[in-house]
Ligand binder design. Sequence first.
Ligand code: MF3
Ligand code: CO
Ligand code: CO
Length: 294
Amino acid sequence: MEKSIIGKIGRNDPCICGSGKKYKKCCMNTQKNRNFKKEYMDKYNIILKDSQQIEGIKKSGRLLLSILDKVEKIIEPGITTNMINDLVHEEHVRSSAIPAPLNYRGFPKSVCTSVNEVICHGIPSDRILNKGDIVNVDITPILNNYYADASKTFFVGTPTRDGRKIVDIAKEALKRGINAVKPGATLGDIGFVIQNYAESLGCSVVREFVGHGVGINFHEQPQVLHYGTRGNGIKLVPGMVFTIEPMINLGKKELHVLDDNWTAVTDDNSLSAQFEQTILVTPTGCESLTPFEL
Ligand code: MF3
Ligand code: CO
Ligand code: CO
């Protein structure tokens, strides 16, 4: 039998529906007290995670962060994105983990490395990184069958003004998205705060790629849009695990995919940056399962 995290809510805790009332005065004794686990599976195909699954995803997340730290240390002008791939691949093997991107829908490498105007899904190659470039490194280990998914955008040497600007904005966009996560909030609330922030600074939010449920599989339900309207979309409940990974462009939001069928590039060649974390909805708010400072 799986033990749901729902079982951890105390009678006197704030109700998971977000009403602000005590659980015992709200959903605990009313017909609103549904079996979220079954309801979310039946209605949305969303796998609410139990405490054992959360522990597994957390361990995968810890490995991910240790690899990301090692990547950061080798990033400097003159290295190639293949060198990042080799390091990431070796670190997975060393920890008996599998890099989920490798052979995923035909993706040929173990990590995505997206440079400058590349929005996401950049394929590691012999491309040399130059001073002033920005590079997103997106890692997804499968450790003991559990997936964690996170990415950071790094500066190569001294950043340009535009490079610093778009990286700072993408980072803050993720931070604001995470801060919107709590039981009773909706997916639309997350998208709204991200879009509102990025567009207020003259930047744009990519529409074609979205965050996603994660943990048992690479890409699960729900889809997490990085734009939207307050109050719209599925209500967040404890046990949901999904990524937030806004891709923010310095110019326009339109993109095209290169002939390799993976590399997504801004149409106007403006810089694009992204940060991603795997987030768990808890009874009181949320917890990052891939925590790093934002
Ligand atoms: N890690 C990406 C994400 O955040 C997905 C990469 S798919 C790949 O969802 F095949 F390109 F690796
Ligand atoms: Co992701
Ligand atoms: Co990712």
